[in-house]
Design a protein around this ligand. Sequence first.
Ligand code: ADP
Ligand code: MG
Length: 398
Amino acid sequence: GYRKGGYHAARPGDRFAGGRFVAQRKLGWGNFSTVWLAYDTLLKRFVALKIQKSARDYAHAALHEIELLSAVAKGDPTNSKCVVQLLDHFKHSGPNGQHICLVTEFLGDSLLRLIRYNRNKGIGLSRVREICRSVLVGLDYLHRELGIIHTDLKPENVLLVSTINPSKDPVRSGFTPILERPVGNQYGGKVTSFSEKMLKIRARRAVAKISLRRVSLGGVGAEVEKERSLDGISMKCKIVDFGNACWADQRLAGEIQTREYRAPEVIIGSVYSYSADMWSFACMVFELATGDMLFAPKNCQGCNEDEDHLALMMETLGKMPKKIASSGTHSKVYFDRHGDLKRIRRLKFWPLERVLVERYNFTETDANGFADFLRPILDFTPENRPTAAECLKHAWLN
Ligand code: ADP
Ligand code: MG
């Protein structure tokens, strides 16, 4: 929380880096940081400011993120490879300690929000395709050119590219940056003054306009007659959040990825590589298309989340090859010597394309095409999974 070693409590109008960046509104947060929309008074543009928690471990993680994002920026001078661009970084001292801050280009809503705006019904296959192309370009760049494994690919960590650029067109976007902090307010104080309330309202309106919110609420939603308002809205997106990313040749052992997007080799404690990102990618794409997570494991009676997760995988994808099932440091905990789960005996096989038809009302053609794209990526054998570059060539995307 907002205490020593924790988050920095910023307010609209706060200045950073010797006054250059002015906080506008909070955009989001994660376990390690809060992220703000900020105005760069030097280059007269909006940016995102990630303010890391101050404790030493967080600072270390931020420095690591800076190292990786610097490599990302260096290898992509034209900023066309679908990974967020780092613009600057600095330290900021606040009442809770010293915070490392990352300045990146300002992006729009996350795919998680996009999924939610569509009331968990999926966003339509043509948009899914569009997003797949961007994410795969990003992954191909990270994997093949840089040697980076992201390790936490999920809808929250992929952001749409803002289509309205408020700094280029402030009149149309209706946004004038907040440059002053109202007088008489202290850190941690309640929002009481009229002027501060007005600032908050103004800032909120501004973000509603420059993010996809307005458009998606009116357009990406199910109402067909409003579909037209989406014309010209590109579904380009970028991969963000390199807080857990690693160089493939310096990978740390142990658990990576967010539960639902975790690859089987990670669960059983076997070696992982770039192909673990591909697994997460496939899980995310399924979710975009259906609005539901592909695998949502729970603790069940007599089994833990890992075992439930493995069972769910095998119900959709068939039995895990024995060689793979026995390859991890936890294999003996979950599998018997035949490669069957020890504690979950009866599995109901319901293959991917049938799930798409029977549960999500896909046409047979759509289901087959989509499953044909996803199934190879969900191969239990990591080396069999196609690379990002190979996925980009798949017929379903072309
Ligand atoms: P954490 O490592 O704490 O999870 P992230 O980098 O994932 O931090 O950022 C947290 C959230 O902040 C994101 O999910 C997103 O909603 C928002 N965010 C991050 N970067 C940007 C950006 N460049 N533009 C707009 N919003 C962003
Ligand atoms: Mg995150």
